[in-house]
Every structure is written in C-alpha cells, then in structure tokens.
Design a protein around this ligand. Structure first.
Ligand code: GRF
Length: 205
C-alpha cells in the first residue's frame, strides 16, 4: 500500500486509550507522516474518548446494543470509519471483532495491536493466558486484520520479560509500555514508506 505523505488515521478504541495517546503525541511531529482524523469507539464514557476530545478530534460511538444485529452494527461502524476516508485504520485496544462488511470495505488498511506474541495467546486475555502458561517472555504484536481472531499478517512484534512476581496487571502494564513504542514506530513507517504483503510477509516500502 502506498500511503500519502500525511496519512489519515482513524483510531478505534474501547478503554483507557494510552495507545491512542502515544499516536496523538507522535502525530504532533510533522515529520511523523500521519495524523489522526477521527476516533471511534464501541462504548461511551471511556478515557480514550476523553483523550480524543481534548485533542479536538471528531469522535463517534457505535454500540452493538444500538443495532438489531451484529451485521448492522458492523455496517454502521464501517460507514462511520469510511466517512473519514482513512489511509489506515488502527484498532488500538478496540475490544470487538470487526466483521465481513467492515473488512470488505477496508481490508488491507486495518491494523490491530494485541498484547501477546502471535500466534500464541490470541483473544482478549493474552497477558493472563501467557502468565498462566508460565512463559518467560511475551510481548505485543501489530498485525493486519483479517477475518480470524488475531491471525493476520504480522507487521511488528516486541518482546517483554515475564518476572517471577508478575500478576496480570503488572505484566500487562509492562507489555503496554513496549506496545506503545512498537505501535508508534510501525504505524509511522507504514505511513511514511507504505507496505506490501506477500505470502503473509509484511514489508515496509
Ligand atoms: C492494549 O494492551 C491492547 O493491546 C489491548 O488492550 C490494551 C489497550 O490499552 N487489547 P489502551 O486502551 O490503549 O490503554
């Protein structure tokens, strides 16, 4: 994918939005090559939306409960995102799976950050699952979203050591520090250099 010099990012969130904040901070530098044009969520009252408001960005909320089917929700979400004409859609702690309509319209332009080293520990409990398994290292994975659960082509990964006295919160917080750095670095490269996907291999440039 070739991206324009100032790529348009739409960021989808569900929680505290520290990954969103890291992107907003990076986009403050004109050399970064991207800007956040809108922030969407699947719920309201979250700190991530407050961060977007403070940054003066347009926001939208599409709750599953507002729609009579998951398919309608998915279409409405895709419409809301597409209205901002994004070059890249970043799922940054967005706790819902996007569906077929969303992917048909935006596939190849959607990335998600996951707090585990794919293909290990997919799903919503990656840090807890890594801890329970007893792995010595875990981390985070940025991938191009496909129709599976955390299965898409890998853009970037970062590794974090599991300490003996970690609980889920301390481990996830340590992962998030590395995850934010990885996200900012990889999204910036995607924006500035573009990227290709061949046989699951994602390459910048
Ligand atoms: C991140 O670790 C993300 O990978 C996971 O939830 C966390 C979101 O954190 N799905 P934040 O909302 O960006 O602070």
């Amino acid at each position: 994918m070739a991206t324009p010099s100032n790529a348009r990012l739409v960021v989808l969130v569900s929680g505290s939005g520290t990954n969103l904040q890291a992107l907003l901070d990076a986009c403050g530098d004109p050399e970064y090559g991207a800007r956040v044009v809108a922030v969407g969520a699947d719920r309201d009252g979250i700190e991530a939306l407050a961060r977007a408001d403070r940054a003066g960005l347009p926001t939208f909320v599409r709750k599953l409960s507002q729609f009579s089917s998951r398919e309608q929700w998915d279409r409405a979400l895709a419409d809301s995102v597409a209205a901002f004409d994004p070059d890249l859609v970043v799922l940054a702690g967005f706790m819902k799976l996007v569906g077929p309509d969303f992917l048909a319209r935006l596939e190849g332009r959607v990335v998600n950050t996951h707090p585990a080293l794919s293909p290990s520990f997919p799903g919503t409990t990656g840090p807890a699952d890594a801890l329970a398994y007893g792995v010595k290292v875990t981390g985070a994975t940025l991938f191009v979203v496909d129709s599976g659960v955390d299965t898409g082509p890998v853009v970037a990964q970062c590794v974090v050591t599991v300490e003996d006295d970690d609980d889920v919160d301390t481990l996830h917080e340590r992962i998030k520090v590395a995850e934010r750095r990885m996200l900012v670095d990889a999204v910036g490269r995607m924006a500035r250099e573009g990227f290709t996907i061949t046989d699951r291999k994602v390459r910048f440039g």
